[in-house]
Design a protein. Structure first.
Length: 394
């Protein structure tokens, strides 16, 4: 499919055009296909730079959320309508920022996983299920570009062109496999989930952190990461464009004493000016000057079980339970033709195996699974296998 059925619609970039779109989509019928394009790798944060919608009776709309930053009126007009998204959890945070929050949804990627499709990207799903090939060449472009080039807009419109058709076909396939109610429970869980809590100590996710072991070195990573983040936010660019993770780790391991030593490290020399080098060296110096009491601890406080690799030493019986439970879940997932992580999260399995119920029967195991957030269908499917696995290794 090379062109949207009604052609490429004009980009909505003012209040009058937005009001017309809101009225049209409110008057439409059936589910509404929704997608959003971000500028990951180019801009700071995960905000939306284009929102695409399509609904029967309303056609396709392309909305510029930079020019129209408040789409809460559109969100309210579509309240109660089922939203069809692909990989919903990726787009929901940026949609929430502009006032668009679904009350009901259908996630075509998750549906594909539950139905056992080996490839669940939008292009692969549309081709396998509907027989159309979508051109996917613009997924990683800088969507903050203005004006947006016509080929990009064509690509964006095509992303929602067949989404409702895909939803309908997947609903039939899930129903055929007896999994439709499972999918509905999953979709409800996504739609009703609160916004995620801000990540604690996000600097600890710096790529290559496993090489950094000493507390003073950790302080350098933290100081450089926070300095980079402030600069990136001020300039509205991706942090990786300001300073790479590799450079941060190099500086932490080397603890350079001055600008000359810093400039000799990978990621700091080349085209970096003296003023930039000085600001990074100042960050290193701040970390070097911290009293020991203010240095970060090597690891984050652990909530829940330790890493599985440590179980054999800490609690051999728990390690045996985990091994048996993993094998049981793997066999069940294969029988149900779905990924193990969609059948039950690995973290839930670990927690139940580390601290199993005192009585290993179906009722207590089911209660433990539900307590860790497993959906009713997951509890129903997994409980019998886990009861056997836990009893065998008791």
């Amino acid at each position: 499919m090379l062109e949207p059925r009604e052609g490429i619609p004009p980009v909505i970039a003012d209040d009058a055009a937005l009001a017309e779109a809101v009225a049209a989509f409110a008057a439409g019928s059936g589910p509404v296909a929704v997608d959003a394009e971000r500028a990951s790798g180019y801009r700071y944060g995960q905000r939306a730079y284009l929102v695409q919608l399509r609904r029967e009776g309303a056609g396709t709309a392309l909305i510029d959320p930079v020019a129209c930053p408040d789409l809460s009126g559109l969100g309210e007009a579509l309240s109660g309508v089922e939203w069809v998204l692909h990989a919903a959890t990726q787009d929901l945070p940026c949609l929430r920022e502009i006032g668009m929050v679904p009350t009901r949804l259908f996630d075509t990627e998750l549906a594909g996983r539950l139905a056992g499709f080996p490839r669940v990207g939008l292009g692969a799903m549309v081709e396998n299920v509907l027989g159309y090939v979508l051109e996917k060449g613009h997924s990683a472009v800088d969507w903050s570009t203005r004006p947006l080039p016509e080929p990009w807009l064509r690509y964006a419109a095509l992303d929602v062109e067949l989404l409702v058709d895909l939803r309908d076909a997947l609903e039939k396939e899930l129903d055929r496999q007896g999994k439709l109610d499972w999918a509905r429970q999953e979709f409800h869980a996504i739609a009703s989930a609160p916004p995620p809590e801000p990540r604690k100590d996000p600097w600890r996710r710096t790529s290559g952190m496993h090489k950094v072991r000493r507390r003073r070195q950790l302080a350098v990573v933290r100081e450089l990461w926070q300095t980079r983040d402030r600069i990136a936010q001020r300039r509205d660019v991706s942090p990786g464009m300001v300073l790479g993770d590799t450079a941060i780790v190099e500086a932490a391991l080397s603890l350079p004493a001055n600008v000359q030593a810093l400039a000799a490290l990978n990621g700091f020399g080349n085209r970096m000016g003296r003023r930039q080098l000085e600001q990074w060296q100042a960050a290193v110096d701040r970390a070097r000057a911290l009293p020991d009491a203010q240095l970060p601890q090597p690891g984050q406080p652990v909530t829940g079980p330790p890493p599985p690799r440590a179980w054999a030493d800490k609690d051999p019986q728990a390690a045996a339970r985990l091994s048996a439970a993993r094998a049981a879940v793997s066999e069940l997932a294969e029988r149900l033709n779905m990924p193990q992580e969609n059948l039950i999260t690995p973290d839930t399995v670990r927690r139940v195996c580390w601290e199993p119920p005192q009585v290993l029967d179906a009722e207590s195991v089911a209660a433990a699974l539900a307590g860790y957030g497993a959906r009713a269908w997951q509890v129903e499917q997994v409980t019998p296998a886990l009861v056997v696995a836990l009893a065998q290794s008791a």
